[in-house]
Design a protein around this ligand. Structure first.
Ligand code: 5GP
Length: 314
């Protein structure tokens, strides 16, 4: 606090006009938060979408919502249950959604996703497997395709040329730029991205929606930008991040597979560093030490929730 010439502390009141503006802004912010809570309460907005926006913009309307207000607005949770859940998730009552730590965020999202699944949502039927370049997503996905015929793997469209052994309609739909543009324009893609600054890849929407409607599990093996887009389009999707056992192992795998030039390898390693930082945005982490074991962990996340561990898979 500032001091007067006599050395005594004095409180400086803000000018009238600032106070009026500040209280108007506070009223507007409160009203905006009330609208968010109202939309969750009447079912017009998924609580998972509120969480997504709160994590993306911690200082925005959703981010400034207290966790207690958020939980209280979810139909059928109520005040007593909110207190119990806060205890269980180890979140203090004063916390706002935007101020949660990494583990608290994950726990709250998992809790909310389970709640949504138990109340008629699509729940864990759509699982996105993403991770840094060369971590072995493709190998894990191929293992699941070969060993778990009940899980449907989405087949992406891509503008890159087929590699030897790749089969049209099984590994990818290989299309030219014009066809890809058309798919975007017609809204046929659930998400799409330009990967490694070169070719475009996208998930056809129709087969994914049809499989979910039939109650089947669908797995998307896509890049991190794609995972973010899926979260926007379908907030209930479960995002799984595949991690290498160590950074050195990631370098070894990328260099070892010998499919890229040294310049391209360097570029992908730079990308991988940035990509690894995205792990916090995901619901679960699976370390790819051994392909069969990693595949099983992903599959376990797609099975009915009974008996599933509530905490992230180590
Ligand atoms: P590759 O060319 O080696 O088959 O795949 C390169 C990258 O594209 C991988 O990281 C893979 O996960 C990603 N990818 C494959 N299909 C899709 C897709 O439909 N959407 C997005 N966003 N990425 C994809």
């Amino acid at each position: 606090m500032p001091e007067s010439s006599s050395g005594r502390q004095v409180a400086i009141a803000p000018p009238e006009v600032d106070r009026v503006a500040a209280s108007r802004a506070a009223v507007a912010a409160r009203r905006a938060r009330a609208e968010v809570k109202g939309a969750v309460a009447d079912g017009t907005r998924s609580p998972l979408d509120v969480l997504r926006v709160a994590m993306e913009e911690p200082e925005g309307v959703e981010g400034r919502l207290r966790v207690t207000e958020f939980l209280g607005s979810i139909p059928a949770i109520g005040r007593t249950k909110t207190e119990r859940i806060m205890d269980e998730l180890a979140i203090s009552p004063s916390k706002r959604l935007g101020g949660l730590g990494r583990l608290q965020r994950r726990r709250l999202r998992q809790y909310t996703a389970e709640w949504v699944a138990a109340h008629g949502g699509t729940g864990d039927r759509l699982v996105v497997l993403a991770g840094p370049t060369a971590v072995g997503k493709g190998t894990v996905a191929a293992h699941i395709r070969a060993n778990h015929p009940d899980i449907r793997l989405s087949v992406s469209a891509t503008t890159r040329a087929p590699r030897p052994g790749e089969v049209e309609g099984q590994h990818y739909y290989f299309v030219d730029d014009e066809a890809f543009d058309r798919m975007i324009a017609e809204g046929e893609l659930l998400e799409w991205a330009t990967v490694h600054n070169s070719h475009r890849y996208g998930t056809p929407r129709g087969p994914v929606e049809a499989a979910i409607a039939r109650g089947e599990g669908v797995l998307l093996e896509i890049d991190i930008q794609g995972a973010r887009s899926v979260r926007r389009a379908m907030p209930e999707a479960t995002l799984v991040f595949l991690l290498p056992p160590s950074w050195d192992e990631l370098v070894r795998r990328l260099v070892g597979r010998g499919t890229e030039t040294p310049a391209e390898q360097q570029r992908r390693l730079e990308t991988a560093k940035v990509e690894l930082a995205a792990v916090d945005e995901f619901d679960h982490e699976v370390v790819n030490r051994e392909v069969g074991d990693a595949a099983q962990k992903v599959v376990d996340l797609m099975r009915p929730r009974r008996g599933r561990p509530r905490r992230p898979v180590p």
